[in-house]
Design a protein around this ligand. Structure first.
Ligand code: NDP
Length: 271
């Protein structure tokens, strides 16, 4: 049996084990996916388990997506582009750890029906997920306003982000994120919502707004619920979670996973 880990802190809420274990079973693979609560101090040792061959691979989640990049030996294109990774695997030569970022394809898929060209997008958060979000938004021709609780982290993301000169990237104070007058789209890429918090602190939402909440929860988040009530178009965190999982599965196994099985396991675990 080979183990695949989800490395994060906390990880108790994760919907990923249900998807991956269903896919392993469906393909007859002798693998198990387990969530492992890992603090920042314990992260290097967890990555070493992959290098040593004790563990087949891992997903990486809050708050380790940026830290894990420096612990890997080699990087796929999206990881090198955005400086954050959500997937680890051993390289084909069996000696090194590859960091891959499947959040980009996940966000791309989740927003495939949202017209982003020329739109003004307010992004909340400047962590690992926000890095993937910004990369996709600029590819799709959107203007971005970024708000993060810790302003220095937002500044460093702005410095690290290459974007076409015709597209805006500006910062606003965290306190000003509730002014939505100029926004066509809001993306919640913070951890706020996992425990019932509203990242917009009750700011009024409106019909015509698009609200994309990355937080993947079994029950709708407070933000997604309010947005639906207001008649906004809502994209919740589940389509992205499914698609990034499909891509991560391919990295670990080299196999195309049964997407329908993964989708059924995901939605069964939230119903
Ligand atoms: P990180 O830990 O890298 O970043 C967390 C972000 O949330 C930071 O911007 C942080 O701000 C902010 N934050 C945390 N607590 C608070 C708070 N109390 N008040 C204000 N801001 C806060 O996490 P990730 O970027 O990896 O993930 C962010 C979210 O996106 C998570 O909920 C994760 O589950 C979700 N996600 C969903 C995916 C999906 O497939 N649906 C894929 C990837 C992520 P600060 O810098 O000030 O600490």
């Amino acid at each position: 049996m080979s183990l695949v880990l989800l490395l994060g802190h906390p990880v108790g809420h994760s919907l990923s084990p249900a998807m991956h274990n269903a896919a392993f079973r469906a393909l007859g693979l002798p693998h198990t996916y387990e969530a492992l609560d890992v603090t920042a101090d314990a992260l290097p040792a967890a990555v070493q388990r992959i290098r040593d061959g004790e563990v087949l691979g891992a997903n990486v989640t809050v708050p380790h997506k940026e830290a894990v990049v420096k612990l890997a030996d080699t990087w796929d294109g999206p990881t090198a582009e955005v400086g954050a990774a959500n997937t680890l695997a051993r390289t084909a030569d069996g000696r090194r750890v590859l960091a891959a970022n499947t959040d980009l394809v996940g966000f791309e898929y989740a927003t495939r029906e949202v017209d982003l060209r020329g739109k003004r997008v307010l992004v909340l958060g400047a962590g690992g997920a926000a890095r993937a979000v910004l990369a996709v938004l600029f590819r799709r021709g959107a203007h971005v306003t970024l708000a993060n609780r810790t302003v220095e982290r937002a500044r460093s993301l702005v410095r690290a982000t290459a974007h076409p000169p015709e597209l805006d990237l500006r910062l606003v104070d965290w306190a000003d994120r509730t002014d939505l007058a100029a926004a066509d789209v809001v993306v919640n890429a913070t951890s706020l919502g996992l425990r019932g918090e509203d990242p917009l602190d009750g700011a009024p939402l409106r019909r015509g707004l698009v609200v994309i909440d990355l937080v993947p929860t079994a029950a709708p988040t407070a933000l997604a619920s309010r947005a639906r009530e207001a008649g906004a178009l809502v994209v919740d965190g589940l389509p992205m979670l499914l698609q990034q999982a499909v891509a991560s599965f391919e990295v670990w196994t080299g196999r195309t996973p049964p997407v329908d099985v993964m989708r059924a396991a995901l939605y069964a675990s939230v119903s």
